[in-house]
Write a protein that binds this ligand. Structure first.
Ligand code: GDP
Ligand code: IMO
Ligand code: MG
Length: 427
């Protein structure tokens, strides 16, 4: 029974949660390893739509252990809201496990996120974050002033860390960001986090042991990635990225296991590309086709409701994701959205300084100069009712094979709609 990592191979929102939900049926444990409630993961079951931000999407199946591991940054108010929301829908959340080592998103992280974005927006240089305090929380983690879940259960240590942080953060907000009204009261935070600590206590444990033992016992463990390869702190379009590691390597650190314990690396792609927030996007469409994909694909942010930028499938990015995450399989979602287009384009390289390059450049200035080189493919009609590979039109089969060829990895699943059953398994 293998351990499988499922990651986003583009700029997030590839439909990772749908794939996790499908694979969860046979899994025993589902683990989130990075990011926080910046993620918006949607699962559609019949007419019911579930949205997850911190809790693994596997929770919809009774009895699956769902782990929020050490690499995740947890907003206690956010996760408790999710727990209550699921419980109200009759979903059993008793199988949830939260890492003692995970860092806590504090109210001042959200304040700093907003203050920094507002300041940068004056020069049009904001990242377009989700404002959930993710960047500032990971900053504190790296700077070694973060507060972890385990600290919640050592009252004096916790109070001391909050007081120390609040003093510094209030000064930053006042003197650096000139946000005189945005000041935090340490004692209020301590009080509210004590109440969160009580409620979270039954779920908290050393999840490095939980995950390790599950794999050792031969159980099927799924790692649910958040965000996507091009939002990776090291490999994405820096600085227009998130502050964690959405690539498969991030799952090892984020769960506290070694790479030898992973058997399969599944990359989720859409049949086109979207991006939410600012930053470069070579195949972005600014025309009616882009609008049509947005409408047809309901491409509006799950967390913020912002319209997602839409563009053609980019095989340079696809190959980059396969390479940097060692992908063994691809799940290609949302090809149903491309219906009724006469021509469908795939970007097969970038024209850069008079040459065609096939790698994704590091520098944003270089990326800015890259002009996509397109190959045109024949379109298709409504495929949302197809349930087998054989039922797909020839043009879709050709599209799938061309993508496999260009990115260098096999496509094992194809999504033809948002529902659990609208998924075709190949081979
Ligand atoms: P995630 O963040 O990667 O889990 O993706 P999101 O949930 O943010 O966005 C994906 C959206 O596409 C959700 O609304 C899904 O219900 C929907 N979706 C997933 N797969 C398919 C598919 O194959 N076709 C269509 N039409 N919608 C899909
Ligand atoms: P899922 O898991 C798409 C983007 C934000 C912004 C940048 C930094 O649903 O695929 P942050 O709040 O993380 O500091 O914002 O990252 N972003 C996402 N885009 N899907 C996500 O998650 C994202 N999480 C963050 O829009 O551009
Ligand atoms: Mg999403």
């Amino acid at each position: 029974m293998p351990a499988k990592v499922v990651i986003g191979a583009q700029w997030g929102d590839e439909g990772k949660a749908k794939i996790i939900d499908i694979l969860s049926e046979k899994a025993d444990v589902v683990v989130r390893t990075q990011g926080g409630n910046n993620a918006g993961h949607t699962v559609a079951v019949n007419d019911e739509v579930y949205k997850f931000q911190l809790i693994p999407s596997g929770i919809l199946y009774t009895g699956k252990k769902c782990v929020v591991a050490n690499g995740v940054v947890i907003d206690p108010e956010g996760i408790l809201g999710e727990i209550d929301g699921l419980a109200a829908k009759g979903i059993d959340v008793s199988t949830l496990r939260i890492s003692t080592r995970a860092h806590l998103v504090m109210p001042y992280h959200k304040g700093l996120d907003k203050a920094k974005e507002a300041l940068k927006a004056k020069d049009g240089k904001e990242i377009g974050t989700t404002m959930k305090g993710i960047g500032p929380c990971y900053m504190d983690k790296a700077e070694r002033s973060g507060i972890r879940v385990c600290d919640l259960y050592h009252e004096e240590t916790f109070a001391e860390k909050v007081r120390e942080n609040v003093k510094i953060k209030n000064d930053m907000l006042k003197y650096v960001y000139h946000q005189d009204d945005l000041q935090y009261d340490a004692e209020e935070i301590i009080k509210s986090y004590r109440a969160y600590a009580e409620r979270l206590k039954p779920f908290v444990e050393d999840t490095t042991v939980t995950v390790y033992e599950a794999i050792k016992e031969g159980k099927e463990v799924l790692f649910e990635g958040a965000q996507g390869t091009l939002l990776d702190l090291d490999l994405g379009t820096y600085p227009y990225v998130t502050s964690s590691h959405p690539i498969t390597g991030g799952a090892c650190i984020g769960a506290g296991i070694g790479p030898t314990m992973i058997d399969e690396c599944i990359g989720v792609m859409k049949g086109y590309i979207t991006r939410v927030g600012k930053g470069p996007f070579p195949t972005e469409l600014f025309d009616a086709t882009g609008d049509r994909i947005r409408e047809e694909g309901h491409e509006f942010g799950t967390v913020t409701g912002r319209p997602r930028r839409c563009g053609w499938f980019d095989a340079v990015i696809g190959e980059y994701a396969v390479r940097t995450s060692g992908l063994t399989q691809i799940a290609l979602n949302k090809i149903d959205v491309l219906k009724d287009l006469e021509v469908i384009k795939i970007c097969v390289g970038y024209k850069f300084n008079g040459e065609v390059i096939k790698y994704f450049p590091a520098s944003l200035e270089d990326l800015e100069k890259c002009e996509p080189v397109y190959e045109e493919m024949e379109g298709w009609g409504d495929i949302s009712g197809a349930r087998t590979y054989e039922e797909l039109p020839e043009s879709v089969k050709k599209y799938i094979h061309r993508i496999e060829e260009l990115v260098g990895c096999k496509i094992t699943m194809v999504g033809v709609g948002p529902n659990r059953d609208q998924n075709i398994v190949i081979g």
